[in-house]
Structures are given as structure tokens and as C-alpha cells.
Design a protein around this ligand. Structure first.
Ligand code: PEP
Ligand code: MG
Length: 855
């Protein structure tokens, strides 16, 4: 007793090699999460075997050859005790080298164990250690040891012989030498390049440290019930209360010594006697321990235990590894049980984890056949037969077949095909390309910019980098969450918007202080936005309404009109259609604000691009084919993104905006009630000069006056400007004079600030990011330095003209947590993002507000 306490003191005086006691100076930042957790278990008075923690610093030194005082390190342990070493990184998710068990096994211990436990058991213990030492520490050829078993004396002797033959040395017998070599190999494994890259991929900082724990082994051998296992109180898939785990009794086999799982006594499909039957007291005490750990460690924990003669030893406690769905349910239950606060619950779920709940996902625990990669443009996963045209996608859907639409890139003409498909794969494009924006908007999994695959559209062939080809009708899976394309169909995890998800988000809404709206173009989008409790529509791209079959022809007639009369006749036919669209949007949103952007794209986007399409159009409009091709040519531009689009179109062909504005007003009047007055927000796209706004405003006011006069109903509306050109941001002060809101369209603003085509950037973006030219794809992550400066400048100048000016962001960045942080700091009123990103944005915004409150 005296000896032990003196040794403890000696160990405790060394801050880098610390006996884990209730008061030892250890923290997750110096010794890692496992060490700290073990200390908590000690503080709870749980039967934890003696453990010494090595700090990050100690392990760092070991990796460089500076070994700790081994005698001091071993001093707290009994002579001849077997030890194990486990990793203790800052975050359990960052991983680390796996544990090495049975250190201290040697010829003398073998004799000793053989007498107590029998030769077979002793030989297996020793053989397992020789195996792991040879492979993990001495780094010997695994093929040699693959052929040697780990059971029984013959295997032991073969393993010892193999070790000696490979190293020209006998197997080390001194426990101090064994331990030193184990520590060295684990420290070096953490330092290796691939381990570093792997953990950085999981979010670890480049210089993340590793702690190690050296623990005496509870072996689980003896007369009474002996064995080892793990136990937890929840189901890792659902997070629902469910006692789960595995236990291997020594009477059934020996695999548990290496963490094997042959006998799953606690699982539902278990065969054989359960732990409850074998050792009822130990079983009850384990459940109590798990409950205590949940209460005191404030987390759903997995208990790792050994039972020795019916007595429980707790080797470790780790947070239950679980799906995002289970994580959400766990934190909600912990908060409902008042173990953690609601704020803590909100902070514990990474916003991006919600994507897993919102969309079907590829089950990544199963290995799959990866055939290509691209930009992860819209989350979720789907399987289907390959089709190469939008028409084929519609035909497949009509036959009730799931299909994946494969295109070089998509255009507005593909919209219906996209709706019909289960997923989209494109060769070109980036985060704000057409396919990506539409995909996110309608919750369609989408991978774009898959440049390593060969898209042969005429031949209807997709060739992947290993030479395999996929033809029309072959089945592939698109994983839009990870930007991967897989061969065939794969196991999926279903989306689940359960009550825990809704509860967590309602708590988020209580905390957050920036508005979240949705970009919704159709009543179906609006329904989704409403379902996810968006606070309104921040951007309705009205052009998308014109791509339905019945409207497209009328729209084309309008574009082909030779005279103002013909044009107004076509527009008259479009008016009731638009009015009906807007009416439905206002109804769906039930009084929440709806911001409608006037027509933005160049007119030729509404025209067919190929010969067959031109002929069909000539037939539909009953005009000569040559007229169609001439008109299409006349409308084509060298650089349509910088050409006759947005407000320029509104000024050149003002009748289009007149019609849209009238439709908006008439729809608003028809839905308005005294309890639910509709105040539509009308937004002018691609503005670069104050005069543009004045001209449009003048006509909008005239239409409003006319509608008021015709209907005898008064109504309000708001007119705003979409800031998408650098000049609009720079001149925000005078532009704001005639507007009540500014909404920053960061897709075009990024395109124009960088002079970088949003549709072509995908071709070289990955190279640019890989070479560090851009830290991230600026279409994905807001460029705070450049585009961000324009946002701040525009916001400041706009509010100089109008202090109460409403400010928002509606580009695709709007749903990113970093962009939300930026907008919040810049004093924006709301962000608007794709409907499926609304929950992520609600949670991210709540976390920012909480972190501010907590200081
Ligand atoms: C934008 O440019 O940021 C925007 C929202 O508009 P669109 O993506 O339709 O060009
Ligand atoms: Mg735009």
C-alpha cells in the first residue's frame, strides 16, 4: 500500500505521465478525450482498472525518440500484470491507432497463466500478443502471420518462431521493452502522413495531438462467470431507447479478448443465454452504470466492460457512435431529461448532419463500386437507369421506372426531365450551375462537373476512368452528398423527419436572430419551404414558371412577335397563367412574405437549341422554319450572361414586366383578407444603375394605379433590387433611394466580381483549389475577402440612404453556416436558400446566436 502511494506521487509529479486519479491534472486538450473520460469514471467511483495517461506532449516526444522513464511509468502497476495501450485523441471522431492488448505476455507469464487458466487459454493470450506486436510494432510481413492461427500452443510456437526468423532476435521478454516499443509505434503511427490526412479529413487540426493510456488489463478469467463486452442504452441507428451491445462469455469462446463479437448476447437476434441470465447482478449493475454515465457525463455512452468471476470492471466509456438521426434524438432526450440545456442540445448537432435526415443517403458502412466523382451539388442519393435526354427521363417516369438523367450540362429545357428523374449527373458545371441550383431547389440528388467520366451523348454512353462503359438503361447510383457516382444499386438509409428533428428545430427558432426564407419557384417548392418553416419566400425565380409545356409555346409566341400588338396578345394569354401561379404561391405561404423576381434570363433560353426543336416550333407557330432559325440567330448573344437579361430586358421589352407586375397585384388582391393582407415584394434583377430602377419603378407604379382603379381595391407592395453586379453594390446608396429592400444575389455577384463564369468554372475549379489559388470554390463558400467586401460596402451604403432598408442574401451561399455568420455580423435581416437547406440554416443561425449569448 505504502509502495503504491509513493509510486503514485512520483507519477503524479510528472505532468506528462499521469496516474489517472480523481484529482490528476488531465484535460481533453492536453491528454485527449479518452483520458479525461476515464478520469470522470474514476470520479464516479466506478471499478476502472489502474490507468496511466500520457499527454500529447509525451507522445510527441516519444515519436521523436525521447522515451519517458519506463520504470516510473510502470511503477503503479503490479509486477507481472498485463497491460494495454489505447489512443486518446482530442476528439473520438479523429480516430487514432487501435489498441494493443496483453502487453507483458512472455514466457514466464505464459507458464504462470498455464497453471492458473490452462495451457490453451494461456497460449492464445500469448499468441495474440505476438501477432499484434509483430504486425503493429515490429511491422513484419502480414502474409507470414496470416497463415499462423492464434489459438493454442502450436500457433504460439509458430508465431514465436516466425518472429525470430523475420527479426533475427527472440521475441522481447522484458515488459518494459515491450511497452516502450508499443508506445513508440503508436506515437509514430499518429505522426504518419496518411494518418494526418485522414484525421484532417474528419476535421482535426493539422497539429492535433494524441494522448495514450496505459491500463492494467482485467482479463475476464476465473471460476465464476467471466467475459467481456460493450453495452449502451440506445439504438445507434434511431437513437431510440434500446438496450444494445454484445457480450462474449468465456464459456462460449475467447474472441472477446481482442474485441471479437461472435456471441451477441444482448442483441435482439441473439442465440444462447443472455448476459442477464448468466450474471444477473453484473447485468443490473452495468445498466445502472450506463445510466449513471449518461447522467454524469451528459452523453449517451457505450460502456466497455469485463466481467471477472461475476464482478464488473469498466475499461472505458465512449460516446455512442451513431447516425445523425440518432444524434438528434439523443440530444433532444438529454435536454428533455434536463441533463443538458436546450442550448447545449442545439450546439451539439453540426448543421450539416441534418442533411442525412432530410435526404436518402448511401449506406457508407457497406463498400460500394465507385465509378466517378464530381462536385457534390445537391445532397441525397438515388439509383436509376441511365438516360441521356430529358425526354427519355420523362418516358422512363411514365413507365414507372427510376432513372438518372445524364447530361453534359442542363438547361431550362431539361427542367421537366429533371423533375422526372431521381438524380442528375452532369459533366460540366459547379455549385451554381443550372443543374445544381435546380437540384437543391427540388431536393434532387445531383453530381456535377464529373469531368473524369466521358460523356458521349450521341452514342448514349458513359465511360468511366477504368474503361468500363455504362449505356442507356444500365443502373447507377448518384450520391449527391459526397459527389460520388456508384455502379448499380446500393443499400440506402431512408430520410426521416421525426418528432425529435422538429423539436430541435423549434428550439432553434427560439434562439436565432436572423430570418430564414426559402428560394422557391413553384407552389411545390413553396409547400416544401412551408413544411420546413421558412419565414417566407426570399426569391421566386419567375422564369421557371414559363417552362411548363402549355406556357412555353405562348412564351415563344411572345418572343417571336413581330409587332407590339402581337406581343401584347401573347402576354395577355400569359397573364392569367402567371396570376394563377402567384395566387397559389400567396395561398401556400398564407400571409408570409413572398418576394417575386421579375424575368431574368435572356429570351433565347426559352427557344429550342436544336434543329428538331426549331422544326417543332415552326409547326406550333405555323411559320416557316427559316423564320424560326433567323429569329433564334438574331437573339443569340456572344455572352448571354452579360447580355440582354435581367432589368435590361425589362427596359427593352417593358410589356413583359408590366404583365408580371399586373399578375402579381391581381393575385395579391384575390388572396388578401383583412386578417391576412398580402404585401407582395417585387424584385428587379441584374441592376447596375439607379436609372434602371427609376424606369422600372415608374411603370410598376403605373400598373399599380391602373389595377387599383380597375378593381377599386387599395393595396401595398414593396419594390426591391437584387444586387448582383459589383456596380450595384458600389452605388447602393443612390439605388436604395427608390427601393425598400436590397437582396444580394451572390451567384452572379461572385461570377462578376471574379469575372468567372458560373457555368464553366467547374472545369478548372478543383485544380484551382488543389493548387491553393482559391481556398474554396467561391460559388460554394462565400468569398468573404472580395465578394464579402462588396456585400458590406453595399449594405452600409444602402443603409446610409435608408436606415431601415431591409437587407438579405439570396444566392446559393445563403444556406451555408459560414455565410449566415457573415450576414448576421453585417446586420442583414434574413438569408434565403433552397427549401431543403432551410432546416440546416435554422440550426446554424441558432448556434451563432447561442455562441454570441454565451460570449
Ligand atoms: C444570384 O445571382 O445570386 C441569384 C440568386 O440569381 P440566379 O441564380 O437566378 O442568377
Ligand atoms: Mg442572378
Amino acid at each position: 500500500m505504502l509502495r503504491a502511494s509513493l509510486e503514485d506521487a512520483a507519477v503524479q509529479n510528472n505532468p506528462h505521465t499521469t496516474l489517472i486519479t480523481a484529482t490528476a491534472p488531465v484535460s481533453p486538450d492536453t491528454h485527449g478525450g479518452r483520458t479525461k473520460c476515464l478520469q470522470r469514471l474514476v470520479r464516479l467511483d466506478l471499478p476502472v482498472p489502474r490507468t496511466v495517461g500520457l499527454s500529447f506532449e509525451a507522445v510527441y516526444r516519444i515519436a521523436r525518440g525521447e522515451m519517458p522513464d519506463m520504470a516510473l511509468l510502470l511503477s503503479p502497476f503490479e509486477q507481472g500484470e498485463l497491460l494495454c495501450v489505447r489512443p486518446s485523441s482530442g476528439d473520438p471522431d479523429w480516430g487514432g491507432p487501435s489498441a494493443i492488448l496483453n502487453i507483458g505476455m512472455n514466457n514466464a507469464r505464459f507458464d504462470d497463466f498455464a497453471q492458473r487458466l490452462g495451457k490453451e487459454t494461456a497460449a492464445s493470450l500469448y499468441a495474440r500478443f505476438v501477432h499484434s506486436y509483430s504486425l503493429r510494432v515490429a511491422r513484419l510481413d502480414p502474409d507470414v502471420f496470416d497463415e499462423i492461427g492464434v489459438e493454442g500452443e502450436a500457433s504460439l510456437n509458430a508465431a514465436l518462431r516466425a518472429y525470430e526468423e523475420e527479426t533475427d532476435e527472440p521475441f522481447p521478454q522484458d515488459p518494459a521493452v515491450q511497452l516502450a516499443e508499443v508506445l513508440r509505434s503508436m506515437a509514430r503511427a499518429w505522426d504518419g502522413t496518411s494518418a494526418r490526412l485522414l484525421r484532417q479529413g474528419k476535421g482535426a487540426p493539422a497539429d492535433a495531438g494524441l494522448g495514450l493510456v496505459v491500463q492494467s488489463m482485467a482479463l475476464g478469467f476465473g471460476e465464476g462467470e467471466c467475459g467481456s463486452g460493450v453495452l449502451q442504452l440506445i439504438d445507434r441507428e434511431t437513437g431510440l431507447e434500446q438496450l444494445t451491445g454484445r457480450y462474449l462469455s468465456q464459456s462460449q469462446g475467447r474472441d472477446a479478448l481482442e474485441g471479437g463479437s461472435k456471441a451477441l448476447f444482448l442483441e435482439r437476434d441473439a442465440r444462447g443465454p443472455s448476459l442477464e441470465e448468466l450474471a444477473p447482478d453484473a447485468f443490473r449493475s452495468l445498466i445502472e452504470i450506463a445510466q449513471l454515465m449518461r447522467l454524469k457525463l451528459r452523453e449517451e455512452m457505450q460502456v466497455e466492460f469485463v466481467i471477472e468471476n461475476g464482478r464488473v470492471h469498466i475499461l472505458d466509456g465512449v460516446r455512442v457512435s451513431r447516425t445523425s438521426r440518432a444524434a438528434v434524438r439523443s440530444v433532444v432526450r438529454l435536454a428533455e431529461d434536463k441533463i443538458i440545456t436546450r442550448q447545449e442540445a442545439l450546439l451539439r448537432v453540426p448543421p450539416s448532419a441534418l442533411n442525412e435526415l432530410l435526404h436518402r443517403q448511401v449506406d457508407r458502412s457497406v463498400s460500394n463500386d465507385l465509378i466517378g466523382r464530381g462536385v457534390a451539388a445537391s445532397p441525397g442519393a438515388a439509383t436509376g437507369k441511365v438516360v441521356f435526354t430529358a425526354a427519355d427521363a420523362q418516358a422512363a417516369a411514365a413507365r414507372g421506372e427510376s432513372c438518372v438523367l445524364v447530361r453534359r450540362e442542363t438547361s431550362p429545357e431539361d427542367i421537366r426531365g429533371m423533375h422526372a428523374a431521381k438524380a442528375v449527373l452532369t459533366e460540366r458545371g459547379g455549385m451554381t450551375s443550372h443543374a445544381a441550383v435546380i437540384g437543391r431547389g427540388i431536393g434532387l440528388p445531383c453530381v456535377v462537373g464529373a469531368t473524369e467520366m466521358r460523356f458521349q451523348m450521341r452514342k448514349k454512353l458513359l465511360t468511366v476512368s477504368d474503361g468500363r462503359t455504362f449505356k442507356e438503361g444500365d443502373v447507377i447510383t448518384v450520391d449527391g452528398t459526397h459527389g460520388e457516382v456508384l455502379s448499380g444499386s446500393v443499400p440506402m438509409l431512408e430520410a426521416t423527419l421525426d418528432d425529435a428533428f422538429q423539436t430541435l428545430l423549434s428550439w432553434a427558432d427560439d434562439e436565432r436572430d436572423i430570418g430564414i426564407r426559402a428560394n422557391a419557384d413553384t407552389p411545390a417548392d413553396a409547400q416544401t419551404a412551408k413544411m420546413f418553416l421558412a419565414q417566407g419566400i426570399g426569391l421566386c425565380r419567375t422564369e421557371h414558371m414559363f417552362f411548363e409545356d402549355d406556357r412555353l409555346t405562348v412564351m415563344r409566341e411572345m418572343i417571336f412577335a413581330e409587332s407590339s400588338e402581337d406581343r401584347s396578345a401573347a402576354l395577355k394569354r400569359l397573364l392569367p397563367v402567371q396570376r394563377a401561379d402567384f395566387t397559389e404561391l400567396f395561398r401556400t405561404m398564407a400571409g408570409l412574405p413572398v418576394c417575386l423576381r421579375l424575368l431574368d434570363p435572356p429570351l433565347h433560353e426559352f427557344l429550342p437549341s436544336d434543329h428538331a426543336g426549331h422544326r417543332a416550333l415552326a409547326e406550333a407557330l405555323d411559320i416557316p422554319l427559316s423564320d424560326v432559325t433567323r429569329r433564334v440567330e438574331a437573339l443569340s448573344e456572344y455572352n448571354p450572361m452579360l447580355g440582354m437579361r435581367g432589368v435590361r430586358l425589362g427596359i427593352k421589352v417593358p410589356e413583359i414586366y408590366d404583365m408580371q407586375v399586373r399578375a402579381i397585384f391581381e393575385a395579391a388582391i384575390s388572396v388578401t383578407t383583412p386578417e391576412m393582407p398580402i404585401v407582395p415584394e417585387i424584385m428587379i434583377p441584374l441592376v447596375s444603375a439607379k436609372r434602371e430602377v427609376e424606369l422600372v419603378k415608374m411603370r410598376v407604379d403605373i400598373v399599380a394605379a391602373a389595377v387599383r382603379a380597375e378593381t377599386g381595391v387599395d393595396f401595398d407592395y414593396k419594390l426591391g433590387v437584387m444586387v448582383e453586379t459589383p456596380r450595384a453594390a458600389l452605388r447602393a446608396e443612390d439605388i436604395a433611394e427608390s427601393t425598400s429592400f436590397l437582396s444580394f444575389g451572390t451567384n452572379d455577384l461572385t461570377q462578376m466580381t471574379y469575372g468567372l463564369s458560373r457555368d464553366d468554372a467547374g472545369r478548372f475549379m478543383s485544380e484551382y483549389v488543389a493548387q491553393g489559388v482559391f481556398a474554396e470554390d467561391p460559388f460554394h463558400t462565400l468569398d468573404v475577402d472580395g465578394v464579402g467586401e462588396l456585400l458590406i460596402l453595399g449594405a452600409k451604403r444602402g443603409r446610409m440612404a435608408r436606415p431601415g432598408l431591409t437587407l438579405s442574401m439570396c444566392g446559393e451561399h445563403g444556406g451555408n453556416p459560414e455565410s449566415i455568420a457573415f450576414c448576421r455580423a453585417a446586420g442583414f435581416d434574413y438569408v434565403s436558400c433552397s427549401p431543403f437547406r432551410v432546416p440546416v440554416a435554422r440550426l446554424a443561425a441558432a448556434q451563432l446566436a447561442i455562441l454570441d449569448k454565451l460570449g
